[in-house]
Design a protein around this ligand. Structure first.
Ligand SMILES: Cc1cc2nc3c(=O)[nH]c(=O)nc-3n(C[C@H](O)[C@H](O)[C@H](O)COP(=O)(O)OP(=O)(O)OC[C@H]3O[C@@H](n4cnc5c(N)ncnc54)[C@H](O)[C@@H]3O)c2cc1C
Length: 512
């Protein structure tokens, strides 16, 4: 069975590797010259910078990456990070320990014991959901068999915490004693980076898990986060699949019905057109946003999906500062910092930043230096409005670069005098290198569990990546990929008995 995966992000590659392992003939088509998308690592003037993602979770027993690693026989190139990060508020600094006891002591010190009811409910809810997610539930439900699968994955502990799914994070946190400006700012900041929204926006159950990532253990990826994708590329190839670069897909359409032996259902393959040729596939997995998928489908997009995409609100982009810095700028070995400059102002646009420093044991910078990635959420429209005004665009870029460096200097006071290289990245940079429409990244804010995108778009056409539930992060897209791989395998077994068709590589070579 031929499967074409469009995009070599973590979601696409995970699906590709799982399906190749299960006997499908898999080809991944990637527009760029390297895999990883928003979780790639690029090389520039002697530094290896992480493009977007830097700190990854989901490798604990039952976590999405651990399940995939076990199924594919992968040893991930990771090392634990402890503490996960320091969060800098104007009044105090909070150390986010992974160790449960140290974290309990730290949060009591920072926020008082009156919030303990909230924290213990948050941990109880997260424990139940992590157990549930390890059974790869079919959520959101899109078909009757999803409901049956979902019911089989539910356990009593999940029912007890289910009411949190009907409220937002802020409402239930305050009801359980979470009060005070520092704690509310802390929750907003942490949820913004883990769930794309602040506490009053994020679904209560989703938020409880997003806050729990560090307690489950977070990791550095050796050589840079892009090595997760490189590891998955090797797994695709080891299982007989292929990953082709510089293959930007420009359209997906339905081909002519195939002649079938008597008694078998006719199938219409997909025809995938890249800038370099065309090929056919029984199944297409698009590692794209819904906006990008609609562009590729054009008039052939199902009308319900077209309507839904038309009504989507834009999501955030990211502004980045990639810095090469002398080690003298660093005072300790804490590699990740979240800085919130002014809690009275909206977070994002340089008012909250996430700083990641390459670890001392990893050679990602010239001797005596480190590679640093700093990010902040930004509205993409403002950048695109200036796209034709080079001067104004450059001014805005410099302003944001300064804002990010100023904010990061709160965590690293000696930073400014030790910067050797400063490279800004805007939403237009993301669009150019990761093909994200209008540079929108990170998936949809997880406001409602009922509004999430299910992965099946049409028969034989699937969406993976951070637009699909459970959304952003390498762990999130991996959980989504696990579900899609299982569903494709089940559908194929039911509808599409294997046939002999030319391999995709042959098709694309002859068309060049
Ligand atoms: C600034 C920033 C910081 C982040 N920090 C973290 C973090 O610390 N930890 C964490 O876990 N997550 C983090 N994330 C989120 C995480 O990076 C993403 O959620 C995840 O990597 C998205 O994976 P994806 O599968 O959706 O694919 P994407 O990363 O979107 O990759 C899609 C791939 O498809 C390719 N493609 C697109 N269109 C086409 C086409 N037409 N033809 C061929 N190829 C195409 C692209 O080139 C790209 O390689 C961060 C994201 C950003 C932007």
């Amino acid at each position: 069975m031929k499967v074409v995966v469009i995009g070599a992000g973590v979601g696409g590659l995970t699906t590709a590797a799982l399906l190749a392992k299960r006997g499908c003939e898999v080809t991944v088509l990637e527009a760029h010259v390297e895999p990883g998308g928003c979780a790639a690592t690029f090389f520039h003037k002697g530094y290896r910078f992480d493009v977007g993602a830097t700190l990854v979770g989901g490798f604990h027993p039952g976590g999405p990456h651990q399940i995939v690693g076990e199924q594919l026989g992968i040893t991930w190139p990771i090392r634990p990070v402890e503490p996960a990060m320091q969060v800098h508020l104007p009044n105090q600094m909070i150390t986010r320990w992974g160790d449960a006891d140290r974290w309990r002591a730290e949060r009591r010190r920072a926020f008082g014991v009156s919030a303990e009811n909230f924290w213990s409910m948050q941990e109880r809810a997260a424990d139940a959901v992590w157990g549930f997610s390890a059974r790869v539930p079919a959520w959101p439900i899109a078909a009757p068999h999803d409901a049956a699968q979902l019911i089989s994955t539910i356990r009593p502990e999940l029912i007890l915490i289910a009411p949190l799914a009907f409220t937002n994070m802020r409402t239930w946190a305050t009801a359980l004693g979470a009060r005070g400006r520092d704690l509310m700012t802390f929750l907003d900041g942490q949820l913004l980076i883990a769930a794309q929204g602040v506490a009053r926006e994020i679904n209560g159950l989703y938020g409880a898990v997003a806050l729990d990532l560090y307690r489950r253990g977070v990791m550095h990826v050796e050589g840079g986060v892009g090595n997760l994708a490189e590891t998955l590329v090797s797994a695709v190839k080891a299982n007989g699949g292929q990953v082709l670069y510089r293959q930007e897909v420009i359209s997906i359409r339905r081909g002519k019905p195939r002649a079938c032996p008597a008694g078998e259902r006719k199938t219409r393959p997909y025809v995938i057109e890249t800038k370099r040729g065309t090929c056919e596939a029984d199944v297409v997995v698009a590692n794209l946003t819904p906006w990008a998928l609609m562009k590729l489908l054009g008039d052939e997009a199902p009308s319900s999906v077209r309507r839904r995409v038309k009504n989507l609100k834009p999501i955030s982009g990211a502004f980045m500062a990639y810095l090469g810095v002398d080690e003298a700028a660093l005072e300790d070995e804490i590699d990740h910092h979240q800085v919130i400059v002014d809690p009275a102002q909206p977070l994002g646009e340089g008012n909250s930043v996430f700083v990641s420093i390459s670890p001392h044991w990893d050679r990602r910078a010239p001797q005596g230096q480190r590679a640093i990635t700093i990010s902040t959420h930004t509205r993409v429209a403002a950048w695109y409005q200036l796209a034709n005004d080079e001067r104004a665009f450059e001014d805005r870029k410099q302003l944001y670069l300064e804002r990010l460096i100023n904010a990061a200097s709160i965590a690293l006071p000696k930073l400014k005098q030790h910067i050797r290289l400063a490279l800004p990245g805007t939403p237009l940079t993301f669009e150019r290198f990761t093909q994200r429409v209008n540079g929108m990244v990170g998936g949809f804010p997880q406001k409602s569990l009922w509004a999430s995108w299910a992965p099946q778009i049409d028969r034989g056409l699937w969406l993976v990546g951070d637009s699909v539930f459970p959304g952003q992060s390498t762990a999130g897209v991996t959980l989504g990929a696990l579900r899609v791989a299982c569903e494709i395998e089940r559908t194929l077994a039911a509808h599409l008995p294997g046939r002999d068709q030319p391999a995709y590589a042959e098709a694309i070579v002859t068309s060049e």
